[in-house]
Ligand binder design. Structure first.
Ligand code: GDP
Ligand code: MN
Length: 390
C-alpha cells in the first residue's frame, strides 16, 4: 500500500526526523488559508504540491511555488483537478518553501537477494534514482543494515560520509537511522526521501543557517503486514485505488488482475497458481489470479464472478474448486445465481471435485453448464471457448 506524501511525512515526524511543517488542502480557498498561516510565521514563499500516489509530480507541473496567499490559491486551483499520469489531483500539500542549497537522495528498501534492508544514498538528489543508476551507477552509495543489529551508528556514518554530506554528516546519519526505524516499525517495503535537502534558513541571530530536511517522502507498506497495523487502514487512499481491488478486499477475496482473457475462479492460492499454469500450458492466458478462500459460500461466488466480469478482456471463465471445507453444491448454487445476474454472457467451464461433488454435478447439469472432470480438460475447454468468443 502506497502512502501519500503527507501521511509518509507524519510517520517520519513520529520517528523524530526533520520534516518541515505542512498542511493538506482540498480546495483553492483552503490552500489560500494554509498559505496565509505559513506567511504569518515568516515564510517568504510557499510550495503547493499535488498529493497523488505517483512520482515525478514536479516534472508533470504538480509542484509550484507561490509568493503570496492569492498566488497560492491560483496555483492550487491549477493543480487541483489536474491529471497526472492518469490520476486526478484531489488534494494539495501546502508548506513554507525551502531555500534549497543542495539535493540528495536517501532511501531504505528491501534487498531481497541479500535478504537485508538496504540503505541507498546519492548526492544526485532531486532526479529519478533509476536515471542515476542507469547513467552514473558509481554515484549511488549502498550500505546494508545487519539482520540482528539493524543499521549501526557506524553504518549510518559511513553512508553519510560516502554521500558527501560533509558538515551535515551527523544529521544525515540520524536520518538514515530514522529511515531504518520507520522501515521496521511500520513494516514498510520502501521509505524514500528525494530530495533530502540542505536548506538555508534564517537562524536565531538573523543570519542564515543550513539545515538538513526531508522535503519529499514516499513510503510503501508491506500489504501482508497490514493486519498488525490497524492504525494504517485510515491512511488508505480509496480515491486512487482500482475499484476492483477495493471490491475484492471488501469481499475478502484474494484477487490480482492479469493481462489474459481467461478468468479464473479457484479456491486456495496453490490451486489458483496451478490453474493458471495449466491455462498457459493449454495455450491460453489467465486474466487474473483469484482465490475465493476456504468455505466460500454462494454470495462469495457471486462476488468473485462480478470481479472477473468487470474486466472487459475476459472471454471465458474457468472455475476450479476443490471441495474440502468448501462445499461443491454451495459453489454450484452460487454459480447458477451469478450467471443469472451477470451483465454479459461469457462461456464458463466448471470443475468441482471433493465434498458434495455429485450434488454439484447434478445442479450444474440441470443448469446446462459446461463441466469437466479433470483440470487439463477444463483448461482445454476454457481455452477453446475463449478462442471461439474472441
Ligand atoms: P516529485 O517530483 O513528485 O518527486 O516531488 P518533489 O516533492 O520531490 O518535488 C520536486 C522538485 O520540486 C524537488 O526536487 C525540488 O527541486 C522542488 N521543490 C520541492 N519542494 C520545494 C521547496 O520547498 N522549495 C524549492 N525551492 N523547491 C522545491
Ligand atoms: Mn521527489
Amino acid at each position: 500500500m502506497k502512502l501519500q506524501e503527507a501521511d509518509a511525512k507524519s510517520l517520519l515526524l513520529a520517528q523524530g526526523l526533520p520534516v518541515p511543517a505542512w498542511e493538506v488542502a482540498r480546495s483553492p480557498a483552503a490552500a489560500r488559508t494554509a498559505a496565509e498561516r505559513a506567511f504569518a510565521v515568516g515564510a517568504e514563499r510557499v510550495v503547493v504540491k499535488a498529493q497523488v500516489l505517483i512520482g515525478g509530480r514536479g516534472k508533470a507541473g504538480g509542484v509550484k511555488l507561490a509568493g503570496s496567499a492569492e498566488e497560492a490559491e491560483r496555483v492550487a486551483a491549477a493543480i487541483l483537478g489536474m491529471d497526472i499520469k492518469g490520476i486526478t489531483v484531489r488534494k494539495v500539500l501546502v508548506a513554507a518553501a525551502a531555500e534549497i542549497v543542495k539535493e540528495f537522495y536517501l532511501a531504505a528498501l528491501i534487498d531481497r537477494a541479500a535478504r537485508r534492508v538496504l540503505l541507498m544514498g546519492s548526492a544526485e538528489g532531486g532526479v529519478e534514482i533509476e536515471q542515476v543508476a542507469a547513467t552514473t551507477p558509481e554515484a549511488i552509495v549502498r550500505v546494508h543494515a545487519q539482520p540482528y543489529l539493524g543499521l549501526t551508528g557506524g553504518d549510518a556514518r559511513r553512508l553519510a560520509f560516502a554521500m558527501g554530506l560533509g558538515a551535515h554528516w551527523k544529521a544525515a546519519a540520524a536520518v538514515a537511522s530514522g529511515l531504518y526505524r520507520t522501515m521496521t516499525d511500520c513494516d514498510a517495503d520502501l521509505v524514500e526521501i528525494n530530495p533530502l535537502a540542505i536548506v538555508r534558513e534564517p537562524g536565531a541571530d538573523g543570519g542564515p543557517v543550513e539545515r538538513l530536511v526531508c522535503l519529499d517522502a514516499k513510503i510503501t507498506l508491506d500489504d501482508s503486514a497490514l493486519p498488525r497495523h490497524p492504525e494504517f487502514e485510515a491512511l488508505r487512499d480509496l480515491d486512487e485505488e482500482d475499484p476492483t481491488d477495493v471490491a475484492a478486499r471488501a469481499e475478502g477475496i484474494n484477487f490480482i488482475k492479469l493481462d489474459g482473457t481467461i478468468g479464473c475462479m479457484v479456491n486456495g492460492a496453490g490451486l489458483a497458481m496451478t490453474t493458471m499454469d495449466l491455462v498457459k500450458r493449454a495455450g491460453g492466458e489467465p486474466a487474473n489470479f483469484l482465490d475465493i478462500g476456504g468455505g466460500a459460500r454462494a454470495d462469495k461466488v457471486s462476488a468473485a464472478m462480478r470481479l472477473i466480469l468487470a474486466d472487459p478482456k475476459v472471454t471465458a471463465i474457468l472455475v476450479n474448486i476443490f471441495g474440502g471445507i468448501t462445499r461443491g453444491d454451495e459453489v454450484a448454487r452460487g454459480l447458477i445465481e451469478a450467471r443469472a445476474a451477470q451483465a454479459r454472457d461469457v462461456p464458463m467451464v466448471v470443475r468441482i471435485v471433493g465434498t458434495n461433488a455429485d450434488a454439484a454435478a447434478a445442479l450444474l447439469r440441470e443448469a446446462r453448464f459446461a463441466t469437466a472432470a479433470t483440470l487439463d480438460e477444463a483448461a482445454a475447454k476454457a481455452v477453446a471457448a475463449s478462442r471461439a468468443a474472441g
